[in-house]
Design a protein around this ligand. Structure first.
Ligand code: NAI
Length: 398
């Protein structure tokens, strides 16, 4: 149960790159980070427009001397302070993540970076190596994954409550880019369909990396053996980036799965869903009803498990915040992710490997896995939507 008591000895001195006044995701970072007294926002290079960034930072309550025109100046100046920042969040478009993350690690800062972490596995592995060399944490903000009923799914699957996993049905779709209008008008949508800034994919990276990570969180033992991805650009100007994709997966244990990801699911306001079908029962979770989990045991009435109740697993209850009868949502999920990353950073500083070993949070490996997911999907799609063996860093070097 989280009740506001300190989880680490003092708040971490925290800076942000991006997430400025016009940014979509910046407030989610702040709402997550500032909840549990684990971070103090003391510096920022919040915006590509330096003046707007300074004005915004001051309005957030950051000292104007610590609102910097760019991340390079922030890392250099903060390093000269006795109490400069220790951790930085990166909430900028995808194409900037690699450079900013590497610069932050070189400056000795822990990093919390947006997804998709970078464009290639090679870059992601370089980040991991540098972080290890420097003894620093890299967390990745798969924000939805902080919904605690996902931990309930993990616990129930581990306890054999659904039997052997046979089918994995994943979906993250919406209709907000059903037409190309926003590609010209909306700054955040414009870069998402530009391969130089978005990377090798649109919806596979933008949406499905979340759901893919959540599936791994729920079923850590399930490894994809091969996949087939079929991707389309229904708004033609987006080509080669897809606005819709279907992926079929075969897992090493014989299970099969599918992922549907789309930004052209017109009219859809509610498109993130995870259904895991086992040999004796199924579990299903919808992002729009995050407090509930359906447990469907073959031959028995369907059960709805509800957040905050005492029959849930300890793994779930550890991050319970509001108690039963009240709804938690996305900002609680973000707070959980930020809290766990703070605990990881604190443990790293103290050399507490025991905590680090058991803490479940989206770490650098989760960041690498997201990049590999995109790479495998794109490799399949661009070779004519064929089955490809699922490549990971280990499988390539095996
Ligand atoms: P956006 O375009 O709305 O905002 C980007 C922000 O970064 C703006 O404030 C811009 O001024 C600033 N910026 C750009 N380049 C900068 C630089 N070099 N230095 C300092 N500031 C800079 O983009 P949005 O939608 O907020 O996405 C940002 C990142 O967050 C992307 O990687 C995206 O994939 C990810 N994202 C993640 C979500 C999640 O649920 N975890 C949700 C939405 C976006």
């Amino acid at each position: 149960m989280i009740n506001g008591e300190n989880k680490i000895s003092r708040p971490l001195r925290w800076g942000m790159v991006g997430g400025g006044r016009t940014g979509q995701v910046g407030y989610k970072h702040r709402t997550g980070a500032l909840r549990d007294k684990t971070y103090d926002l003391v510096a920022g290079a919040f915006d590509i427009d330096a003046e707007r960034g300074r004005d915004f930072g001051v309005n957030l309550g950051v000292d104007s001397n610590r609102c910097y025109p760019d991340f390079q100046t922030m890392f250099a100046e903060e390093a000269n302070l006795n109490e400069g920042i220790e951790v930085v969040s990166i909430a900028t478009p995808n194409g900037t993540h690699y450079e900013i993350t590497m610069a932050a690690l070189h400056a000795g800062l822990h990093v919390i970076c947006e997804k998709p972490l970078v464009f290639t596995t090679k870059e992601a592995v370089e980040i991991k190596q540098l972080a290890e060399e420097k003894g620093l944490i890299v967390g990745v903000t798969y924000g939805f994954s902080g919904n605690i009923m996902l931990l309930q799914m993990r616990a129930m699957i581990e306890q054999g409550k659904i039997g052997d996993i046979h089918l994995v049905d994943l979906q993250y779709t919406h209709g907000y880019a059903a037409t190309g209008d926003g590609d010209k008008k909306n700054a955040a949508q414009k870069w998402r369909v530009d391969p130089k800034i978005a990377g090798p994919s649109f919806v596979l990276g933008d949406l499905s990396t979340h759901t893919y990570y959540m599936s791994q969180l729920i079923m850590p033992e399930m490894k994809i053996k091969k996949l087939l991805c079929d991707r389309q650009s229904f708004v033609g100007s987006r080509y080669p980036l897809e606005d819709n994709a279907y992926v079929l997966m075969h897992y090493e244990n014989g299970a099969v799965g599918r992922m549907w990801t789309s930004a052209v699911d017109a009219g859809c306001m509610d498109g993130q869903r995870i259904r895991i079908v086992g040999s004796k029962a199924s579990l299903e979770w919808w992002d729009s009803k995050p407090n509930e989990l359906r447990y469907e045991l073959q031959g028995e009435p369907i059960q709805t498990l509800v957040r905050g109740t005492e029959y849930l697993d300890d793994l779930t209850s550890e991050y319970e915040r509001l108690g039963t009868l009240h709804q938690e949502g996305l900002s609680d999920a973000w707070a959980n992710i930020y809290l766990r990353i703070a605990i990881a950073i604190d443990a790293k500083k103290r050399g507490d490997e025991e905590i680090l070993d058991k803490l479940i949070y989206p770490d650098i490996d989760a960041g690498i896995a997201g990049v590999q997911w995109i790479e495998n999907c794109v490799r399949s799609a661009d070779n004519g939507s064929v089955w490809v063996e699922y490549e990971t860093e280990e499988s390539v070097h095996a």
